[in-house]
Design a protein around this ligand. Structure first.
Ligand SMILES: [Zn+2]
Length: 464
């Protein structure tokens, strides 16, 4: 728990609201302070770039970034060979090694430029699913640019803005008491933002969330996809009508077709997906045509096959990013651990920014079959299951899968048989499937929902 959190948990609710608003004042300055308007305008102007404009822009930034890495970043200086440094000076990416998370986790400051001394850099800790967190360093202008980016390429594409009242579901500790009777939100008056607790959301508490949306005249929501989906399910079950919302922009977990449909029905507005990471290593926003455009001014995104070859459109591969938007702690050919594929089709919106067809999941989400096959689309097991509120697939052994299900009324033997059949369809009849009914599925310490849990040793082959 951070120092801020340990003070926060001891405060009564009104003082927590005040603390959040005071903190909100600081964030307001971080977000909208000097340079913000220019950053937003620049991101919007570059949306009109042609493919050639982008190539030129990226090439010049890349050469600068790689040259600085070879000369001023201890980690690259030590780990790149002389030939690799020469390639870096020419702005060539292909010959450089892939970067794992582990070196950053164990020595984050060895990735900092030693020729820069920014004032008050911000450090974000990402927990991931296990292990010690990774420290990500942002200078204040880098942080402000990353917030401007979300305004320009996510909020505005969805017809909303960070200047409008919004709701947020995140891993943030909002209500410290797990047995609290409410309220399950706190208010940041400065940004007219309601923080919702992802941990208290249940069928019987849903009405308090809906009331808060109405009371604070919330225009749009952003944050965890699973939380918005669950709230939507509860609203439909309990016939709770939504106040008028303009959009929901989900982050964090994958948004499935079914989740999108349920949410659009409950909230009566469009749902947009955003694909981004805390490191700002990749950013893709959904345009008005529902296509996920990658921002080439954030990073150079590669999708690679296990042998390191770039995947053609339509072929699933691993996402590797070279960050251009952050120069103080540069990440070069960083393995994000996500699996995705390119879409070759031009988007009718006219933006010549690459389109990701689908972010399929995390590499950790891979389930293996007894015959060695590896599969990632396991959320399909629950598509169109009317009596499953939430489900999680746990791989306990190569030939044993446990499916945890939070059932709704009407769940029975037929549903169980159908789930077993679907898993065996994917992995073969040699696999034993146990369907377990549970009251809820615990979130990770960061509040995230895990659709797939593998208890096997690391499965993915190293592609370096
Ligand atoms: Zn588009």
């Amino acid at each position: 728990m951070s120092k801020w959190d340990s003070v926060y948990v001891r405060l009564p609710t009104p003082a927590q609201n005040a603390a959040i608003s005071i903190f909100g004042l600081y964030w307001h300055w971080l977000r909208f302070g000097p340079g913000y308007v220019d950053f937003v305008r620049e991101y919007e102007e570059r949306e009109r770039f042609t493919v050639n404009d982008w190539a030129r822009w990226q090439a010049s930034r890349l050469r600068e970034q790689l040259t600085a890495c070879a000369n001023h970043v201890p980690y690259y200086r030590e780990h790149w060979s002389a030939a690799q440094k020469r390639a870096a000076a020419r702005g060539e990416l292909g010959g450089l090694p892939l970067l794992e998370k582990e070196p950053i986790r164990s020595a984050p400051t060895s990735f900092l430029r030693d020729d820069l001394t920014p004032r008050r850099p911000h450090v974000f800790l990402t927990s991931g699913t296990t292990g010690t967190p990774i420290s990500t360093y942002f200078t204040v202008p880098e942080l402000r640019a990353s917030l401007a980016l979300r305004e320009a390429r996510s909020a505005r594409w969805a017809g909303v803005s960070f200047s409008m009242p919004r709701a947020t579901f995140s891993g943030r500790l909002v209500e410290p008491d797990p047995h609290s009777a409410g309220p399950f939100h706190r208010v940041n008056l400065v940004e007219r933002q309601v923080y919702f607790s992802a941990f208290h959301l249940r069928s019987d508490t849903a009405i308090q969330y809906v009331d808060a949306l109405r009371l604070h005249k919330i225009a749009w929501g952003t944050g965890y996809a699973v939380s918005y989906y669950l709230l939507a399910r509860f609203m439909l079950e309990r016939h709770l009508s939504s106040p008028p919302l303009k959009a929901i922009i989900t982050t964090s977990e994958k948004l499935t077709v079914e989740m999108r449909q349920v949410m659009e029905q409950a909230y009566g507005c469009r749902v947009f997906e955003e694909y981004s990471t805390v490191e700002n290593a990749v950013f893709a926003g959904e345009c008005e045509n529902g296509r996920l455009h990658v921002s080439p001014d954030v990073s150079i995104v590669e999708i690679l096959s296990p042998d390191g070859r770039p995947c053609p459109p339509g072929e699933l591969g691993e996402v590797v990013a070279t960050v251009l938007s952050r120069t103080y702690q540069p990440l070069i050919r960083f393995r994000l651990g996500d699996l995705a594929m390119w879409d070759a089709e031009q988007c009718p919106c006219g933006r010549q920014m690459p389109v990701i067809k689908e972010v399929v999941g995390r590499i950790e989400d891979v389930i293996a079959g007894p015959d060695g096959r590896q599969m990632v689309r396991f959320h399909g097991v629950f598509v169109g299951q009317p009596h499953v509120r939430e489900g999680q697939v746990v791989q306990e052994a190569l030939d044993r899968i446990r499916v945890k299900v939070v059932p709704t009324d009407g769940f029975g033997q037929e549903d169980i048989a159908d789930i077993i059949r679907r898993v065996q369809q994917r992995l073969g009849n040699g696999v034993t499937v146990v369907v377990e009914q549970v009251k809820d599925i615990p979130r990770t310490p960061a509040g995230k929902f895990q659709a797939v849990v593998s208890k096997l040793q690391k499965l993915d082959g190293d592609s370096t």
